[in-house]
Write a protein that binds this ligand. Structure first.
Ligand code: ARG
Length: 577
C-alpha cells in the first residue's frame, strides 16, 4: 500500500485541497518521535488565512483524520505528524508482498506506452571493454525497471558497424589477415590488423587510397567487400553475444549504424526541403544557435554522411516503427553534446518525437590496485573483469564453506561463484548515481558485509535457509491477510517492513530519473534492516509459535523483495551460499 498517498488523501479530505498539491508536500520526518509521515502546514497558511501552527492543531483534532492503520496524529508546531499503527502496517504491507511474490512492486503506470532503451552499442571489431559494460548493465536494468512498471520495452543495440574504418579493415585483412587467428579470437585478430594498418599507413600512402576505395565499394554494395564486412560483423557478434548471454542481457533489435546509413539520404532531403541545410566550410550543416549548441554536420564536404546523420535517421525510423513514448540513450557523458545536437535538429525540423528522446549519461570507470593481464595496455576487457571477479569469489566462498563445514559440490561452488562474482561487478555499476565515476576495488566489491552484491545475495540465501529450516520443523509462514501479522510490531520488525514498503516507490523513481541506483539503495536497505532484525530477534527460537510464523512471513517477504530488486538490477540470487 502506498501509505504516503493515503496520508495525502486524509489531508485532502480534511482540507479540500487538491491531492497533487498535498501529496507533494507529505514528508518523511528525520526523527522517529516526529512520526512516520509529516505534513507541513506552511503552504496552507495563505489559502486558509491562519497561522500554520493553528492549522496543524485544528487538523489534528479533525475527525475526518483517522484510519485503521494510524495509531495517532499529532500537531507539533506547524507540522502534522502521522504515526502509523505498526501492527496494522505490517499486516497491510506484508499481505501485499505475500500475495504478489516477486510481482511485488509492479504497476500499470506504463500501460499502453512504449519505451525504447538503446544500450550497449559496441563497435564491431573492437574490444568490449568496461565502458561498454556500464551502458550494458545500466540499460539492461532500466529495461527491466520499465517493464516492471508495465511499459512495453524495446531493447536496441545500435551497433557501431559502419564507417571508414571498415575500408581500412578490409585492406588490412587482405594483406595480413590470419584466418586461423580470426576463427580463434576474432576481435583480437581484427584489432591486431587494424593497429598494423595505422602503423604501416604512415610510410605507405597507397594503403590510405586502398582503404578509401574499399570503403567506397562497401558503400556501393560490392559483393566481396560487403561479404567481408558481414564476416567481421558476424564474428564480432558471436563474441558480444557470449558476453550478453553470460549476463542474461537480451536485445530486440541489432540495427546498427550501417542500417541507418541507408536512410541518410532521406534525412538530407527532408532537411533540404525544410530549408534547414546551410553550407559551412564545404559541409552541409544545420544551424542550432537558438538551442545554444554548435551546428550539426549532416553531410561532410566529400558528400558522405556522419555518425549524427545516422542517429537522426534512427530516430525517425524508431518513431515510425515503434511510436515510442520515450526513447532513451544509455551512452557515456562525453556524447552529451552529440545527442543535444541530434535532438535539436529534429526539434528544429518540427518533429514532436524530439522531445521524447533523452540521453542517459554515465561516468567513467576506474580501478584501484587492480591488475589485469590485458592485451592492450589501457583498456580493461569486461570478460577479464568478470573472470577475475568470479575467480576471487570462488576462493572466498570455498574458504567459507570449508570453515563452516558445509558440503558443497564443486559444481555448486562454481555456479554460486559465477552468479555472485558477476553480481559483484554489476552492483558496482549500479550502486551509485550513474553520472558518478566508478572505482573498482576487489576489497570493496567483494566485501560480504559491505554495500555489495555478495551481501545482498548472502542475505537472500539466509532467508531461504531459514525458510527451509522452518519447513523441516513443521512451521509455515503466516499467510497474507492473517491477523497474526500484526504481531510484527517491534522496532526491528517495523524498520524492516518500512524498507520493504519503500521498494515500489523506489522502482517508480528509478524509472522517472533513469537511475537504477534508486532500486539498489532500496534493496540494500531491506537487506540491512533484515540482518538487524535477524541479529536481534530469534526467528525460530522460543515457544511462541504464532510469533514464529509471523516472523517467517516477514522472512518470506524479505526474500521476495530482495529477489525482485536484484532481478531489476540484473543480478541473480542463489539459494544457498
Ligand atoms: N558505438 C558508439 C561507441 O561505442 C556508441 C553508440 C551510441 N549510440 C548512438 N545512437 N549514437 O562509442
Amino acid at each position: 500500500m502506498d501509505f504516503r498517498s493515503a496520508v495525502a488523501k486524509l489531508v485532502e479530505e480534511a482540507t479540500g485541497l487538491d491531492f497533487e498539491t498535498v501529496n507533494r508536500l507529505v514528508e518523511i520526518p528525520p526523527q522517529e518521535d516526529m512520526g512516520d509521515y509529516a505534513f507541513p502546514c506552511f503552504t496552507l497558511a495563505k489559502t486558509m488565512h491562519k497561522a500554520p501552527n493553528m492549522i496543524a492543531s485544528d487538523l489534528a483534532g479533525n475527525e475526518k483524520m483517522s484510519a485503521s492503520w494510524l495509531s495517532k496524529i499529532e500537531a507539533k508546531g506547524p507540522y502534522l505528524n502521522f504515526f502509523v499503527d505498526r501492527g496494522a502496517f505490517a499486516k497491510e504491507v506484508l499481505s501485499e508482498v505475500l500475495t504478489q511474490g516477486t510481482a511485488f512492486g509492479s504497476s500499470d503506470e506504463g500501460e499502453g506506452k512504449t519505451v525504447i532503451v538503446e544500450f550497449s552499442s559496441p563497435n564491431i571489431a573492437k574490444p568490449f571493454h568496461v565502458g561498454h559494460a556500464f551502458t550494458t548493465i545500466l540499460g539492461h536494468s532500466l529495461a527491466r525497471i520499465y517493464e516492471k512498471l508495465g511499459y512495453k520495452v524495446v531493447r536496441m543495440n545500435h551497433l557501431g558497424d559502419y564507417g571508414t574504418q571498415f575500408g581500412k579493415l578490409i585492406t588490412a585483412y587482405r594483406l595480413w589477415g590470419d584466418e586461423e587467428a580470426l576463427e580463434k579470437d576474432p576481435i583480437t585478430e581484427l584489432l591486431r590488423i587494424y593497429v598494423k594498418f595505422h602503423e604501416e599507413e604512415k610510410n605507405d600512402p597507397s594503403l590510405t587510397t586502398s582503404a578509401r576505395e574499399n570503403f567506397k565499394k562497401l558503400e556501393d554494395g560490392c559483393a566481396e567487400e560487403v561479404a567481408l564486412w558481414q564476416k567481421f560483423r558476424d564474428m564480432s557478434l558471436v563474441v558480444f553475444n557470449a558476453l550478453y548471454e553470460r549476463m542474461g542481457v537480451t536485445f530486440d533489435n541489432y540495427n546498427g549504424e550501417s542500417y541507418y546509413a541507408k536512410m541518410a539520404d532521406q534525412v538530407v532531403s527532408m532537411l533540404k526541403e525544410k530549408g534547414l541545410l546551410v553550407e559551412s566550410e564545404g559541409a552541409q550543416v544545420v544551424d542550432l544557435e537558438e538551442f545554444g549548441v554548435p551546428p550539426c554536420i549532416i553531410l561532410k564536404s566529400d558528400g558522405t554522411t556522419i555518425y549524427g546523420t545516422r542517429d537522426i535517421a534512427a530516430i525517425l525510423y524508431r518513431d515510425e516503427n515503434y511510436h515510442f513514448d520515450k526513447n532513451i540513450y544509455v551512452v557515456g557523458i562525453p556524447q552529451a553534446l552529440h545527442f543535444k545536437q541530434v535532438f535539436s535538429v529534429l526539434k528544429k525540423a518540427g518533429y514532436a518525437c524530439a522531445d521524447k528522446c533523452e540521453h542517459v549519461g554515465f561516468g567513467l570507470v576506474k580501478f584501484q590496485n587492480m591488475k589485469f593481464s590485458t592485451r592492450d595496455g589501457n583498456i580493461v576487457l569486461l570478460e577479464e573483469l568478470l573472470d577475475e571477479s568470479v575467480a576471487k569469489t570462488y576462493e572466498l566462498i570455498k574458504a567459507n564453506a570449508e570453515a563452516r563445514n558445509t558440503d558443497m559440490s564443486e559444481d555448486m561452488l562454481r555456479e554460486i561463484a559465477e552468479k555472485v562474482g558477476l553480481g559483484a561487478v554489476i552492483y558496482t555499476y549500479v550502486k551509485a548515481g550513474r553520472e558518478r565515476d566508478i572505482i573498482f576495488s576487489w576489497d570493496t566489491m567483494l566485501d560480504f558485509e559491505g554495500d555489495t552484491a555478495p551481501y545482498l545475495i548472502y542475505t537472500y540465501a539466509r532467508t531461504k535457509s531459514i525458510l527451509r529450516k522452518a519447513q523441516e520443523q513443521g512451521f509455515v509462514p503466516e499467510k497474507a491477510g492473517s491477523e497474526l501479522l500484526k504481531l510484527l510490531n517491534g522496532d526491528e520488525e517495523f524498520a524492516c517492513v518500512k524498507m520493504i514498503n519503500d521498494l515500489p516507490e523506489a522502482i517508480k523513481k528509478a524509472a522517472g530519473s533513469n537511475e537504477p541506483f534508486m532500486v539498489s539503495r532500496a534493496v540494500s536497505g531491506i537487506a540491512r534492516a533484515f540482518n538487524r532484525f535477524y541479529n536481534n530477534c530469534s526467528i525460530l527460537g522460543g515457544e511462541d509459535n504464532e510469533r514464529k510464523e509471523a516472523r517467517l512471513a516477514l522472512c518470506r517477504a524479505v526474500c521476495d523483495a530482495i529477489e525482485t530488486g536484484t532481478y531489476l538490477l540484473g543480478i541473480s540470487v542463489v539459494e544457498q551460499m
